[in-house]
Design a protein around this ligand. Structure first.
Ligand code: ZN
Length: 291
């Protein structure tokens, strides 16, 4: 062995002896204080684990969870009564074909929507596939909603969009490609899930949601808790649109919810006066409520 190697080995042995000596001293001190060496090793392991967790938090892999909120209890019932109303099924099938052939679209301002994120603000991988439908109402006319979407909004707080709008006459306006991220809900969560895409803000369902808004009837242009409701043509169009989304993205009926439910700020109550049995009837006729 050469002289430098001998020196290197001596230094290594000295360092090892110091380390072992230190650990032995620590064990002896703890044992004097009445602790067994197993306790001490357990504590050392726990401290190590804690520091690993702290390191992970500093690196940001632990995203905050939403505050506790009620679970969604879907008003839609599973049913396979396909032959219940053949005329309704034919009407809705035609409506769906019509929707797939020609959808009215508007070019909304890019400040009002975004792309679906594949990582959250903390660097965690997230699933960007749409897997929740949120129902809304426009409160004012459909023209007013479209006007808002085509207007540039430099401030985050004003940016808003849905994927689709359904007019009182049943016309469907495609506002945004379902693969993009609409800004339909602010502070929101669904069954314990939200996504934080900007650490300066609370989380929302937008990254995994599809938003559709029904035009409010004239007697609902206010903040009352109810109005006269939506038209049969709107429920037909909604069922056709949902059929398209549910099949395309494999969304279960239990994951069709409302803005009022996902909102964590307690400010939203839309869509008011929504007739769930009217939607049940139509989804059932389309065979979308079978298990
Ligand atoms: Zn809403």
């Amino acid at each position: 062995m050469s002289a430098p190697k001998l020196l290197q080995r001596s230094l290594w042995i000295a360092a090892a002896a110091l380390t072992l000596g230190g650990a032995g001293l620590l064990l002896a001190t703890r044992q004097q204080a009445g602790q067994s060496s197993v306790d001490v090793l357990g504590q050392l392991f726990a401290q190590d684990l804690q520091s690993t967790v702290r390191r992970a938090q500093v690196q940001g892999s632990a995203a905050p969870l939403p505050p506790p909120h009620p679970r969604w209890r879907s008003p839609l019932q599973r049913s396979c009564a396909l032959s219940a109303d053949a005329a309704l099924r034919d009407r809705l099938t035609q409506r769906l074909q019509q929707l797939q052939r020609s959808k009215a679209t508007v070019a909304i301002d890019p400040s009002n929507y975004g792309e679906r994120f594949e990582r959250d603000a903390f660097g965690n991988r997230i699933n960007p596939t749409p897997r929740l439908v949120v129902l809304h109402e426009t409160v004012y006319g459909i023209g007013s909603a479209i006007n808002t979407f085509v207007t540039p909004h430099p401030n985050d707080i004003d940016q808003v969009s849905y994927h689709a709008l359904i007019g009182l006459d049943g016309a469907v306006v495609q506002v945004l490609d379902p693969l993009r991220r609409a800004f339909g809900a602010g502070n929101s969560a669904f069954d314990g899930e939200w996504v934080i895409t900007n650490a300066a803000f609370k989380g929302s369902v937008n990254n995994f949601a599809l938003h559709v808004s029904l035009e409010t009837p004239l007697d609902g242009e206010n903040d009352a808790s109810w109005h006269s409701g939506y038209t049969a043509a709107q429920y037909d169009a909604l069922a056709a649109l949902l059929s398209d989304w549910m099949r395309r993205f494999r969304i279960a009926p239990e994951r069709i919810t409302t803005h009022a439910h996902v909102d964590l700020g307690g400010e939203r109550s839309d869509p008011r006066s929504f007739d769930w049995p009217a939607l049940q009837l139509r989804l059932e006729a389309l065979g979308l409520l079978c298990r």
